[in-house]
Design a protein around this ligand. Structure first.
Ligand code: MG
Length: 164
């Protein structure tokens, strides 16, 4: 069994993962609206991944005998100036998520909760990848800033991301 405090903190994170999904779906929608189909595909995969994160935390809570409680989701922003601004917002959001995961781990350590610490290892590693993916996209879009052709190719490259 995990503590009530730990269960509540994980439950909060489940809602945050669903908000992340919602935010990335908003980004996919805006990219599609602007004609960037590759980027829309990239963010649609990200949207699915975030829901999987929420379900992964939910499964853990359920295995620990806790009922998951879903909360309201705030409406995300609906429009970005361009793809670079979109990915900069995505990176800023992922950095916040990393800080939240770290806080969960700090609580698990403080409580000598080894099961939660072990579960969180997957998320700690995942956050390294999430931040790196956004950083790579930002680099590519910064390199494409002065050329419509380069931006077109960047969108195509982002569209090659596969569901994993
Ligand atoms: Mg996530």
């Amino acid at each position: 069994m995990i503590s009530k405090k730990m269960a509540k903190a994980i439950n909060t994170q489940i809602n945050r993962e669903f908000y992340s999904a919602f935010l990335y779906l908003a980004m996919a929608n805006d990219a599609m609206d602007k004609g960037f189909k590759g980027t829309a595909g990239w963010f649609t995969i990200q949207f699915k991944e975030e829901q999987e994160h929420a379900l992964r935390f939910a499964k853990y809570l359920q295995e620990q005998g806790t009922k998951v409680e879903l909360d309201d989701l705030a409406a995300p922003k609906a429009e970005w100036k361009g793809l670079l601004e979109m990915f900069k917002d995505a990176l800023a959001h992922e950095k916040k998520v990393t800080a939240w995961i770290n806080e969960l781990n700090a609580l698990a350590i403080a409580e000598k909760d080894y099961a939660s610490q072990n579960m969180l290892v997957w998320f700690i590693n995942e956050q390294i990848e999430e931040e790196a993916n956004c950083t790579d996209a930002i680099w590519m879009l910064e390199m494409s800033a002065d050329s419509k052709g380069a931006l077109f190719m960047a969108d195509k490259t982002l569209g090659k991301r596969k569901d994993d």
